[in-house]
Design a protein around this ligand. Structure first.
Ligand SMILES: [Zn+2]
Length: 403
């Protein structure tokens, strides 16, 4: 099976994760894909010690063929796809892309006027959707890149390399990709998630992330006789929302600017709830944002007699804090970019990665791209040449000459 065949095959499996599910993994489809496809294909390639954990994580090893290399390097990709229609995915292959609109179906086009980065891929092979589903290249592309790396290393003993570890995780898209990740089983010194985006970028930092749940207890009474008695919960919610800095919202921020994002507001006069996520790359600034919200609630509670309850919870932290104590990881990446003759940039994710959690669990873990774009929706596409370039990149990274 060549790389493209494998990619098309994997994309067709519906492995959507489900944030509302209480099972582990969150959807049975993911477990079936892991058990029936990933485990068998890893074994067929010759990957050793292939294990599928009860929680749906697939582990494998490629043993080293050069004892002088001491680093154990791990590669991780996620098997689930985002919260978007994933039934009956029909990938379309566009060979020798001409730079014009790509017709997805009768009413939808994938257009460089909307997505200018398409212009960078003229002459290349693009895989896109039929407009009805996502593609699932996020992150089947990462899985396939790791599989192809494994195949090449196992088939070509002239490439000298150390111990290599592989893992495919479920439920990354719903924030539970590392809940059941067994670092002992994985047994690597450091790792890389291979997930989404430009292949000329290494992601060394993520947001610091917290969430806030706000509960407002009102007092409902007939509006005609409400003076001095009614406490309108949803009115308090609206007041609170407008007192947060108006410019610190996702739609007005970029780069290293953090935000408060109001995810939901529900309620009536009697009772209201609000859910916020709070994000900042800078840990002190995140703390300031949390303190400001706390202060605001305390102040409003004086006026509204304790009607507002605020609960905040930290979600993940910026992995750059961990990575700066492991310069050898960045050095490996930089050596590889140099060996490939590629220019590269240090990216900062405006979100989290499984690698952020893994870094704090003890496995330094930046992210590398796959050549996949516009994930999580019908305009998702991958560039096949970038996927194969990434296979070469990983092989170069683990080979004796680079490490
Ligand atoms: Zn992803």
């Amino acid at each position: 099976m060549d790389m493209l065949e494998r990619f098309i095959k994997y994309c067709q499996y519906n492995t959507r994760s489900d944030a509302t599910s209480l099972t582990v993994p969150s959807s049975h489809n993911q477990y079936r894909f892991a058990a029936d496809v990933l485990v068998n294909d890893l074994k067929a390639i010759g990957v050793e010690d292939v294990v599928l954990s009860e929680s749906g994580v697939v582990y494998g090893k490629i043993h080293g063929n050069d004892g002088s290399i001491k680093n154990k390097v791990g590669f991780i990709a996620h098997m689930d796809t985002a919260d978007y229609n994933s039934e009956n995915i029909k990938p379309q292959i566009i060979e020798n892309y001409d730079g014009n609109d790509i017709k997805l179906n009768d009413s939808m086009v994938l257009s460089p006027s909307q997505f200018p980065s398409l212009k960078d891929h003229v002459g290349k092979t693009i895989v896109c959707t039929d407009g009805a589903t996502l593609l699932g290249g996020d992150d089947k592309a990462g899985i396939v890149i790791i599989m192809e790396m494994a195949k090449t290393l196992i088939n070509d003993p002239t490439i000298r390399h150390g111990e290599i570890r592989i893992a495919f995780t479920p439920d990354e898209e719903i924030g539970h990709g590392t809940d059941h990740f067994d670092l002992k089983q994985f047994d690597a010194d450091y790792g890389f998630t291979i997930d989404g985006g430009d292949i000329h970028s290494v992601t060394l930092e993520t947001f610091n992330a917290s969430k806030a749940a706000i509960d407002i207890q009102g007092f409902s009474i007939h509006p005609g006789g409400a003076k001095g008695k009614m406490v309108n919960a949803i009115d308090i919610a609206v007041q609170l929302a407008t007192m947060l800095p108006g410019e610190a919202k996702p739609q007005y921020t970029q780069g290293h600017e953090g935000f408060y994002h109001l995810e939901s507001l529900n309620g009536n006069c009697e009772h209201a709830t609000m859910h916020y996520i709070i994000r900042d790359h800078d840990h002190t600034k995140l703390k300031d944002k949390k303190n400001y919200l706390k202060h605001l609630v305390e102040t409003m509670n004086i006026r509204y007699d304790g009607a507002i309850t605020l609960k905040m919870e930290d979600q993940y932290r910026n992995m750059s804090v961990v990575l700066k104590d492991h310069p050898e990881v960045l050095e490996t990446v930089e050596n590889t970019f140099k060996a490939m003759g590629w220019s590269y940039t240090h990216g900062s994710a405006r979100g989290g990665t499984d690698g952020a959690n893994l870094s704090f669990m003890g496995l330094p873990c930046p992210n590398l791209g796959t050549g996949g774009y516009n994930g999580h929706g019908p305009y998702e596409y991958v560039v096949v040449e970038q996927m194969s370039a990434m296979v070469d990149f990983l092989i170069t990274m683990v080979s004796k000459e680079t490490l």
